[in-house]
Write a protein that binds this ligand. Structure first.
Ligand code: SF4
Ligand code: SF4
Length: 164
């Protein structure tokens, strides 16, 4: 999760699921040539623009069941940088907010004391390879996507506030 940076690397935009990457080699910009480099677990972090795994947190939440449960999620997702997803492990809130210990160089400023979750993070299949919304059962990025889902799930969704 924190790694040495390499010189002469053009990594402005690294698409997901890349297996190789073009790296500029040469002493000065006039003589630089692009050479494909195989991405491995050893060098992968050095190519990861913005250190994707240090840009968010997730928190497990109870599986919503009732209209009121979903309405509560709607309130949560109405807040900036909050997404919600469901995968085989259950339901999660995801908060996109960069860790304050991530330096502009991509290094961790508390590397020796970083939390267990950072130490145990496996870069074999990490955020570099796939976006969060890939492979989820459900992924909601805003109020409108969740609202639309609820409308399909509950016939009385749009009438939930009316008093009988
Ligand atoms: S997202 Fe993956 S490749 Fe990027 S810094 Fe984290 S572990 Fe390394
Ligand atoms: S503590 Fe360090 S390794 Fe962990 S998320 Fe923050 S910057 Fe990344």
């Amino acid at each position: 999760m924190s790694r040495p940076k390499q010189d002469f690397i053009d990594i402005a935009q690294v698409p997901t699921r890349v297996k190789t990457i073009a790296v500029k080699v040469g002493r000065d910009s006039a003589n630089q040539k692009k050479k494909p480099v195989k991405i491995t677990t050893d060098n992968k972090c050095s190519f990861c623009t913005g250190s994707k795994c240090c840009q968010y947190i997730t928190s497990s939440i109870d599986s919503p069941r009732s209209i009121r449960d979903y309405d509560f999620l709607l309130w949560q997702i109405s807040h900036r940088n909050i997404h919600i997803f469901k995968d085989k492990g259950g339901w999660y809130l995801i908060v996109y907010q960069q860790c304050e210990h991530l330096e502009s160089t991509g290094r961790c400023s508390i590397y020796e004391k970083r939390p267990f979750i950072c130490r145990e993070h496996d870069n074999k299949e990490c955020e570099f390879n796939a976006r969060h919304d890939e492979g989820c059962d459900l992924y909601f990025r805003d109020y409108h996507s969740l609202d639309q889902y609820c409308r399909g799930k509950f016939k009385s969704w749009d009438n939930r506030f009316s008093k009988n």
